[in-house]
Design a protein around this ligand. Structure first.
Ligand code: 5GP
Ligand code: MG
Length: 184
Protein backbone atom coordinates (compact mmCIF):
# COMPACT_ATOMS: atom_id res chain seq x y z
CA UNK A 1 0.00 0.00 0.00
CA UNK A 2 1.39 3.42 -0.86
CA UNK A 3 0.49 6.80 0.56
CA UNK A 4 -2.00 7.53 -2.21
CA UNK A 5 -4.40 4.92 -0.81
CA UNK A 6 -6.37 4.81 2.39
CA UNK A 7 -8.33 1.67 3.29
CA UNK A 8 -12.06 2.37 3.33
CA UNK A 9 -13.50 -1.16 3.69
CA UNK A 10 -11.23 -4.00 4.75
CA UNK A 11 -11.44 -7.58 3.53
CA UNK A 12 -13.23 -8.97 6.59
CA UNK A 13 -15.92 -6.26 6.44
CA UNK A 14 -16.48 -6.88 2.73
CA UNK A 15 -16.96 -10.61 3.26
CA UNK A 16 -19.23 -10.15 6.28
CA UNK A 17 -21.49 -7.70 4.45
CA UNK A 18 -21.57 -9.80 1.28
CA UNK A 19 -22.76 -12.77 3.35
CA UNK A 20 -25.56 -10.53 4.69
CA UNK A 21 -26.55 -9.35 1.20
CA UNK A 22 -26.66 -13.00 0.11
CA UNK A 23 -29.14 -13.69 2.91
CA UNK A 24 -31.25 -10.69 1.83
CA UNK A 25 -31.24 -11.90 -1.78
CA UNK A 26 -32.10 -15.48 -0.77
CA UNK A 27 -35.00 -14.24 1.36
CA UNK A 28 -36.30 -12.04 -1.44
CA UNK A 29 -36.34 -14.77 -4.09
CA UNK A 30 -37.48 -17.55 -1.75
CA UNK A 31 -40.52 -15.34 -1.09
CA UNK A 32 -41.43 -14.92 -4.77
CA UNK A 33 -44.39 -17.05 -5.89
CA UNK A 34 -42.76 -18.04 -9.17
CA UNK A 35 -39.61 -19.20 -7.40
CA UNK A 36 -41.59 -21.21 -4.86
CA UNK A 37 -43.49 -22.88 -7.68
CA UNK A 38 -40.77 -23.50 -10.24
CA UNK A 39 -37.35 -23.03 -8.58
CA UNK A 40 -36.35 -21.49 -11.86
CA UNK A 41 -32.74 -20.22 -11.61
CA UNK A 42 -32.16 -16.50 -11.19
CA UNK A 43 -29.91 -15.24 -13.99
CA UNK A 44 -27.17 -13.23 -12.31
CA UNK A 45 -25.55 -10.79 -14.71
CA UNK A 46 -22.33 -9.10 -13.65
CA UNK A 47 -21.25 -5.86 -15.26
CA UNK A 48 -17.65 -6.44 -16.37
CA UNK A 49 -15.02 -5.86 -15.31
CA UNK A 50 -15.66 -4.24 -11.95
CA UNK A 51 -18.37 -6.60 -10.63
CA UNK A 52 -16.39 -9.84 -10.99
CA UNK A 53 -15.04 -10.06 -7.42
CA UNK A 54 -18.35 -9.06 -5.84
CA UNK A 55 -20.12 -11.58 -8.06
CA UNK A 56 -17.72 -14.44 -7.30
CA UNK A 57 -17.96 -13.91 -3.55
CA UNK A 58 -21.72 -13.27 -3.54
CA UNK A 59 -22.88 -16.23 -5.63
CA UNK A 60 -20.90 -18.67 -3.47
CA UNK A 61 -22.93 -17.50 -0.47
CA UNK A 62 -26.36 -17.81 -2.12
CA UNK A 63 -28.70 -20.76 -1.55
CA UNK A 64 -31.11 -20.04 -4.42
CA UNK A 65 -30.53 -21.58 -7.84
CA UNK A 66 -28.57 -19.32 -10.15
CA UNK A 67 -27.10 -19.11 -13.63
CA UNK A 68 -24.29 -16.70 -14.35
CA UNK A 69 -23.68 -14.39 -17.27
CA UNK A 70 -21.94 -11.10 -17.98
CA UNK A 71 -22.41 -7.85 -19.81
CA UNK A 72 -19.54 -5.57 -20.70
CA UNK A 73 -19.99 -1.84 -20.44
CA UNK A 74 -17.46 0.92 -20.93
CA UNK A 75 -17.75 3.78 -18.47
CA UNK A 76 -14.39 5.43 -18.10
CA UNK A 77 -12.53 4.86 -21.35
CA UNK A 78 -8.90 5.95 -21.49
CA UNK A 79 -7.05 7.69 -18.76
CA UNK A 80 -9.75 9.87 -17.30
CA UNK A 81 -11.83 9.40 -14.18
CA UNK A 82 -14.56 11.64 -15.55
CA UNK A 83 -17.60 9.56 -16.48
CA UNK A 84 -18.49 9.37 -20.16
CA UNK A 85 -21.74 8.03 -21.50
CA UNK A 86 -21.83 4.28 -20.73
CA UNK A 87 -22.01 1.95 -23.72
CA UNK A 88 -22.72 -1.80 -23.98
CA UNK A 89 -19.77 -3.56 -25.60
CA UNK A 90 -20.73 -7.24 -25.09
CA UNK A 91 -24.21 -8.64 -24.44
CA UNK A 92 -24.95 -11.69 -22.22
CA UNK A 93 -24.60 -15.01 -24.04
CA UNK A 94 -27.88 -16.64 -23.04
CA UNK A 95 -31.35 -15.55 -24.04
CA UNK A 96 -32.99 -13.41 -21.37
CA UNK A 97 -36.49 -13.96 -22.72
CA UNK A 98 -38.77 -14.55 -19.68
CA UNK A 99 -35.74 -14.70 -17.39
CA UNK A 100 -35.61 -13.41 -13.82
CA UNK A 101 -32.47 -11.28 -13.82
CA UNK A 102 -30.37 -9.97 -10.95
CA UNK A 103 -27.98 -7.33 -12.26
CA UNK A 104 -24.76 -6.77 -10.28
CA UNK A 105 -22.37 -3.85 -10.32
CA UNK A 106 -19.44 -2.83 -8.16
CA UNK A 107 -20.51 0.75 -7.53
CA UNK A 108 -23.44 3.04 -8.13
CA UNK A 109 -22.44 6.63 -8.69
CA UNK A 110 -24.98 8.58 -10.78
CA UNK A 111 -26.87 5.41 -11.68
CA UNK A 112 -26.49 6.00 -15.43
CA UNK A 113 -24.75 2.67 -16.00
CA UNK A 114 -27.27 0.52 -14.13
CA UNK A 115 -30.17 2.43 -15.71
CA UNK A 116 -28.87 2.07 -19.23
CA UNK A 117 -28.15 -1.66 -18.80
CA UNK A 118 -31.50 -2.25 -17.15
CA UNK A 119 -33.40 -0.52 -19.96
CA UNK A 120 -31.46 -2.53 -22.52
CA UNK A 121 -32.19 -5.85 -20.77
CA UNK A 122 -35.89 -4.97 -20.47
CA UNK A 123 -35.99 -4.76 -24.28
CA UNK A 124 -35.01 -8.45 -24.30
CA UNK A 125 -38.40 -9.28 -22.66
CA UNK A 126 -37.07 -10.29 -19.28
CA UNK A 127 -39.66 -11.36 -16.72
CA UNK A 128 -38.13 -9.38 -13.82
CA UNK A 129 -34.99 -7.36 -13.12
CA UNK A 130 -33.52 -6.63 -9.69
CA UNK A 131 -30.24 -4.82 -9.07
CA UNK A 132 -27.54 -5.19 -6.44
CA UNK A 133 -24.51 -2.95 -5.97
CA UNK A 134 -21.67 -3.43 -3.53
CA UNK A 135 -21.05 0.30 -3.04
CA UNK A 136 -23.27 3.35 -3.41
CA UNK A 137 -22.05 6.95 -3.31
CA UNK A 138 -24.48 8.71 -1.02
CA UNK A 139 -26.47 11.56 -2.41
CA UNK A 140 -25.19 11.18 -5.97
CA UNK A 141 -27.69 8.84 -7.58
CA UNK A 142 -30.18 10.36 -10.00
CA UNK A 143 -33.73 10.30 -8.74
CA UNK A 144 -35.53 7.08 -9.45
CA UNK A 145 -32.39 4.93 -9.27
CA UNK A 146 -32.80 2.75 -6.21
CA UNK A 147 -30.96 -0.56 -6.26
CA UNK A 148 -32.75 -3.50 -4.69
CA UNK A 149 -29.70 -4.47 -2.63
CA UNK A 150 -26.83 -2.24 -1.46
CA UNK A 151 -23.66 -3.32 0.34
CA UNK A 152 -22.23 -0.08 1.68
CA UNK A 153 -23.07 3.60 1.39
CA UNK A 154 -19.79 5.48 0.95
CA UNK A 155 -18.70 9.13 0.65
CA UNK A 156 -18.25 10.68 -2.79
CA UNK A 157 -14.53 9.86 -3.16
CA UNK A 158 -12.85 7.93 -5.96
CA UNK A 159 -12.34 4.36 -4.74
CA UNK A 160 -10.23 1.46 -6.00
CA UNK A 161 -9.76 -2.22 -5.24
CA UNK A 162 -12.04 -5.26 -5.09
CA UNK A 163 -12.82 -4.87 -8.80
CA UNK A 164 -12.59 -1.10 -9.02
CA UNK A 165 -9.74 0.32 -11.07
CA UNK A 166 -7.78 3.48 -11.55
CA UNK A 167 -6.67 3.57 -15.18
CA UNK A 168 -6.91 -0.23 -15.40
CA UNK A 169 -4.94 -0.91 -12.21
CA UNK A 170 -5.64 -2.04 -8.63
CA UNK A 171 -8.71 -4.20 -9.37
CA UNK A 172 -7.08 -7.20 -7.68
CA UNK A 173 -6.63 -5.49 -4.31
CA UNK A 174 -8.69 -7.52 -1.79
CA UNK A 175 -10.06 -4.40 -0.05
CA UNK A 176 -11.59 -1.07 -1.04
CA UNK A 177 -9.43 2.04 -0.69
CA UNK A 178 -9.86 5.73 -1.38
CA UNK A 179 -7.55 7.02 -4.07
CA UNK A 180 -6.08 10.41 -3.35
CA UNK A 181 -4.33 12.28 -6.16
CA UNK A 182 -2.27 14.42 -3.79
CA UNK A 183 -1.09 11.57 -1.63
CA UNK A 184 -2.95 12.33 1.58
P1 5GP B 1 -22.62 5.58 -12.73
O1 5GP B 1 -23.02 5.22 -14.12
O2 5GP B 1 -23.54 5.04 -11.66
O3 5GP B 1 -22.38 7.06 -12.57
O4 5GP B 1 -21.20 4.96 -12.50
C1 5GP B 1 -21.04 3.62 -12.31
C2 5GP B 1 -19.74 3.13 -12.90
O5 5GP B 1 -18.72 4.15 -12.84
C3 5GP B 1 -19.24 1.96 -12.14
O6 5GP B 1 -19.59 0.75 -12.78
C4 5GP B 1 -17.74 2.16 -12.15
O7 5GP B 1 -17.19 1.50 -13.26
C5 5GP B 1 -17.53 3.63 -12.33
N1 5GP B 1 -17.22 4.32 -11.06
C6 5GP B 1 -18.03 5.18 -10.37
N2 5GP B 1 -17.42 5.62 -9.26
C7 5GP B 1 -16.21 5.03 -9.24
C8 5GP B 1 -15.10 5.09 -8.30
O8 5GP B 1 -15.09 5.76 -7.27
N3 5GP B 1 -14.02 4.32 -8.61
C9 5GP B 1 -13.95 3.55 -9.74
N4 5GP B 1 -12.84 2.86 -9.93
N5 5GP B 1 -14.98 3.48 -10.63
C10 5GP B 1 -16.08 4.20 -10.38
MG1 MG C 1 -18.22 -0.47 -13.86
Amino acid sequence: MNNKMKTLIDEASLHARIADIATEIDEYYLGQWWYMRTQEPVVIIGILTGAMFFMADLVRKLSIRVELDFIRVSTYPGKTTIAKKPKIITQPTRSLHNAHVLLLDDILDTGKTINMVRENLELQSTESIMTAVLLRKTGKALTGVTPGFVGFDIPDDFVIGYGLDYNGRYREMPYVAVWSKDGH
